[in-house]
Design a protein around this ligand. Sequence first.
Ligand code: NAD
Length: 265
Amino acid sequence: MRLDGKVALVTGSSQGIGQGIAIRLAAEGASVIINYRSHPEGAEETLAKVEASGGKCYMAQCPKNPGYAIKADTGMVEDVQRLVMESVEHFGKLDILVNNAGIEKHAPFWDVTESDYDAVLNVNLKGVFFATQAMVRHLIATKRPGKIINISSVHEELPFPNFTAYCTSKGGMKMLTRNLAVELGSLGITINNVAPGAIETPINTKLLNDPEKLGALLKNIPLGRLGQPQDVAALVAFLASDDANYITGTTFFADGGLLWNYQEQ
Ligand code: NAD
């Protein structure tokens, strides 16, 4: 299998896209560390799905295999550093880091509060920055190559009125990736972004329950449907594999063509 012998950490993997990525990487042979912030039951659900897909189990609660899911708030620097360290301590190494955890807050620009701005930027950008730094330090210390994959968004390119903090964070992620591709290339470390369009996950619950908005959005998606977590996970699995060894500093869109056909309603 493509990821046999690899260890991957997927942040925010208790639901949605992160859960889909954890399941797919495990099915490809990787040992996967599940991260959750506050709901262990979500992490347990990921674990059950990982096992059902033939993947391995790495939670303390699992009777069959050693390991655990790690509780950590990726919006806090000490937490992401501990998350990476604990992953390495538990499995001996890390090969793949998927920075997936992310949040969004809806508000007109003039109403955005400092605390909402901080919440979005801390999880979507600052946490990604320092998780990546901790991963890179580990790879340098162990003199090994590695792969970093950031879950960005079409909104690293595309304006999204009323979500300015979110767009700011994903735009920052784009430059983080370009910069680090140059700075880390000589170390054998690659870094790429996967930019989803509209994916059917809990982050879109409001949209999914609004038939009018949903219908209008579907008209903007050339492939005529919302994406599923596995549509994103398949791309991540490719980028995490040796098939992608010569790819770095790039964003890959998994959006059904939305980016080139988008109109805000
Ligand atoms: P989601 O809300 O279903 O899942 C987000 C995950 O991140 C959850 O498991 C949540 O617990 C975790 N998380 C949030 N804050 C955290 C924190 N402080 N510490 C640890 N974990 C935290 O959303 P999703 O759709 O699965 O989103 C995953 C990623 O994909 C995000 O970065 C999001 O911006 C991006 N994305 C999603 C879509 C979409 O349409 N669903 C589109 C573009 C980009």
